[in-house]
Design a protein around this ligand. Sequence first.
Ligand code: DGL
Length: 264
Amino acid sequence: MVDFAFLDSGTGGIPYLTYLLEKNPAASCVYIGDTANFPYGEKTHEEIVKCVLSITDRIIKSFNPRIIVIACNTMSVNTLDVLREVFPDTQFVGTVPAIKLAASVSKKRRIGLMATKATVENPYNIDLKNHFAADCELILRSDAELISFIERESFTATKEECVKAVLPAVNFFKEKGCDAMILGCTHFLNLRDLIQEVAGDELKVVDSKEGVVKRALSILNSLPDHKVEKGKPKLFVTWLSEKEKSEYDVICSRYNLEWGGMLN
Ligand code: DGL
């Protein structure tokens, strides 16, 4: 048994895992990137549900996690209710676009949401906007190209290459007059500091990391004590090319994770 399993389609959930370990180094964690199904953001709702149910079933059978952190906005907005219904004995923590946080920092009341196509098109955002940012204009942008760059190239890329990759999105939101920009796909958090640097002071970058980790740790604290596996968090994927293996090697050594290999 482990305390937490983090699930994303690839590298997106890593910043959430590392932040949780910063807050609670004793937590026992595994990380799963369902790379065989990347990119989730280009799939239909039905395909997303099918893939997430299948990988979640494998995660529960392999690791018996007390809590699964769905560290992926696309999976969360499409499947959280189904997951809770199908796996009632597992606790789930979802990741949704930080619309409330963006509304709290925006003076111009114009906020940008950058996410996958499947997240941008999901009605869940409209609910969030109506609840927490009713007086704001919400500007949407899906960016499959940047997500793919982050998954497949960014960890071995130069800073110049990363700047070039994030510039179109930053310029887009600036041209639309936004003063807050939500990272509504977890992959973007891997380049968060760089995106903020490129955006400058007039465009504030916000994300859901703090809220998700807080929620995950408060659920853990509410559960009765249990014996869990100790040791370095292991990182698993479901598919890998040679090129991606180099990316994941960098990730494992950078964040002190153990390579777990393929989860079949
Ligand atoms: N990281 C994921 C998210 O937060 C999606 C990336 C993808 O598979 O398209 O939405």
